[in-house]
Design a protein around this ligand. Sequence first.
Ligand code: B12
Ligand code: SF4
Ligand code: SF4
Length: 398
Amino acid sequence: MGQNLKNCLIAHARELGFAVVRVTTPDRIGEAGARLRAFLAEGRHGDMIWMETTADRRADPRVLWPDVRSIVMLGFNYAPDHDPLSGLENPLLGVISRYAQSKDYHDIIKGRLKQLASWLAREAGADVKVFVDTAPLMEKPLAAAAGIGWQGKHTNLVSRTFGSWLFLGSILTTAELPTDEPEQDHCGSCRRCLDACPTRAFPAPYQLDARRCIAYLTIEHKGHIAEEFRIPMGNRVFGCDDCLAVCPWNKFARVSREIQPYLRLEASDAPLAEFLQLDDAAFRKRFAGTPVKRTGRDRFVRNALIAAGNSGQPDFVVYVEPLLSDPSPLVRAMAVWAAWRLTDQETFRRLRLRFAGNEADPVVRTEWERSPRAGNSQSHPVNARLTTADHQFIDPPR
Ligand code: B12
Ligand code: SF4
Ligand code: SF4
């Protein structure tokens, strides 16, 4: 009976567009809870305080729901039809991570999960709860325990059939379903993802310091972005795909048909000039229903200004200049940095004379105190890798 039910569940999940579905139990995430605590103790979650406050539930799904007996883990394929890193070499573009170039994946998956869970509840006469990154669960260790893939050295789940491009979702249930075996680690001696990271966010293989990750800096981080990360960010304005995209297991991935109807042209890589001109209303209109809306306009324009500063295109000053008097200090600070990177000494002095006197915000004032640069930004091409000449940098162990 259990296996029949599971077979029907798998068939039903496939009809709903899920690429893979496997089952585990809540007690199988091994070291993950302890490693989460170590991650939090090191402060690697930065200002994602919600990770701290929900740690007990994350570390053990039975704390979240004591009655849970089985966890159905599902993967939704979003493999791109082109190299997601192709925009990085064009300094006129702002690059948006592949996962954010469609309708918000929570919205794509949630309805399907609910349908599947209702079916399961009916057939099994069991209780169910549905989650897609919406509850304090450790989805990657659960997916690894269910055998969807393994956590690669970049910490994301890698699948032998879908590479790095799976969104994860889960159904918790009181039904006792037959479980699947975990997948083994197939990273071997490869370290491509570790070497590809522009900000050296991996203190060791299989560990991420979120505070250094461009996904965190551009999406989650609400404050000013520290100077050491600005040049390595290149023209990435929302998220980052570098460690995912270089994984050799992606060669087995099949371009996702399921994501096609949800792709949103307005959220694809686009001219930085457009991003720099967004006001609040235009931002909300452009990114409604996509993950990008999460940052709000000010943080997004902050990111776009960093990309402009890295562009080596003095022409961008025409878009940067109006932002020197933007109401948001986050925006003004990065406008000063971008102007400093893009202009010659005389122009920067002129701008400072015009704008710095009215500046009340201490952080923005500090940005204005920079010595004008000799020469212009041509010496810093877009996506230059970090060099000691650019920054004082504390090198994490490799
Ligand atoms: C917080 C979070 C982030 C944070 C922190 C990421 C992180 N790696 O922790 C930030 C904002 C940086 C982020 C970025 C991204 N995220 Co995110 N994120 C999450 C979230 C909400 C929680 C992850 C978590 O629990 N982290 C805490 C750490 C401690 O857990 P962990 O990563 O599993 O850590 C393991 C390893 O470090 C390892 N470990 C630690 N020490 C040691 C030592 C040894 C010896 C070994 C072997 C292992 C080991 O064990 C830990 C426990 O398993 C999940 C959704 C969810 N609810 O699970 C999505 C999720 C992980 N994110 C996702 C995605 C897509 C991304 C991005 C790709 C988005 C983008 N393109 O910009 C990037 C990828 C960056 C990266 N390299 O991880 C997907 C990943 C899908 C997949 N196939 O894995 C998830 C699952 C959301 C979803 N439902 O699809 N994310
Ligand atoms: S998402 Fe980008 S910045 Fe973050 S760990 Fe991966 S390569 Fe590094
Ligand atoms: S790039 Fe290499 S080391 Fe990184 S996850 Fe893929 S196989 Fe593992």
